[in-house]
Design a protein around this ligand. Sequence first.
Ligand code: URA
Length: 453
Amino acid sequence: MRAIDIIMKKRGTKVRDANGNQILASSTTLTKEEIKFLIDEYTAGRIPDYQMSAFTMAVYFNGMNFEETGALTDAMLHSGDVIELHGKDGLPENEIYVDKHSTGGVGDKISLPLAPIVAACGVMDPMMSGRALGHTGGTLDKLESIEGFNVNLTEEQFRAGIKKDGFAMMGQTPNVAPADKKMYALRDVTATVESVPLITSSILSKKVAEGADALVFDVKYGSGAFMKTIPDSEELATFLVKTAQAMGKKATAFMTAMNTPLGRMVGNFLEIEETVECLQGKGPADVMELTYALGAEMVLLAGKAESEEEARKMCEDAVSSGKALEIFLANVKTQGGNPEKLMAEIGKRRSQFHTQVLAEKDGYIKLDAFKTGLASVYLGVGRNKSDDKVCPDAGIIMHKKTGDCVKKGELILDVYGKDEACLPQAVKMLTEEALSYSETKPHSDQLIYKIIK
Ligand code: URA
């Protein structure tokens, strides 16, 4: 087999129609063996970056069907370690291990309250998360804002955490899907990130590697999402579900709105704080709603409830009984943090570099997710370069949300920066780009647009 022949098959050939116009003939479907050859040889360094770039560009233009996407995911998955949970280190053999994956957003801290809630319902959740990417936040950065919290777990520690608390939170080990690491870095600089089969295989190869048997996807759409439009988001959601199912996993995707930030807080420790509020049953309505909806689906997929109503009630009871908060704090302790210190910091731990945004006029406000996310990166919540350090205490508290009516001079945002110097520019971004006013109430999105199974 040769890489060039595989590239040529996926590229297809240009032909002329009866009028002499040049058209691109459809490319040929690749076999499992061809895809495996390409990924194995690329991971081993025997296929160079320039050939893989040509291949990803061919996929960008000609796509892949579900079978090809499944074969690509499988090859990428087996390029590295796959964590085994069943019957290992005392974990149950016949359990259905379930996890959730979000395509990322602004203020999206759902994983943090979700894991202990479903754990309180008896679900076992192997949660492997990522860091802040672009304008979106990252679960690992949020967890690391808890002093001492260790996300660099070994496989043994990961399994021990799941056995003890029902879930554990870790970052990817260097050997999870190494093919994806190489390919993602290449796609990033060859304009081939925005391809549904490539995104699907990238996400799924990492998710399946963590050992989950069932997956719930939260596929965002809107300004703060990776997929801006509903059709693009639906295409990705469908690909994720069908490819996961083709790989023998149970899967459901929720398409959810990300035109405005989720909840009232954007930041690392601030989102831990909002998590605690949720687990105390007093979180913002949108965060509670999405957490319960995704949680109920995880409980159902794990086989811990007979109906959606029962699963939802179990999640609500986990919060009202205090059990989910207890499990969250137990996990903080298991992973090296100090739960008492954490609880003592709630509502008090703030960056000293602070300013406020007040309403410039009367009216209904709209807060754009993407622009708010960009301002939060500027404040130090995320990174401009991959080796930047994030600031645990930077962030934004939103006292008003899209659709709220304000009076001139009313407090809309508390803004916390990594230093004094970042504040004026961040406020400029928030007031001139993220925030807008109208005389009539703006359209508000349906939080959960569609569920795909
Ligand atoms: N997130 C991933 O993990 N991979 C992609 O290709 C895009 C988003």
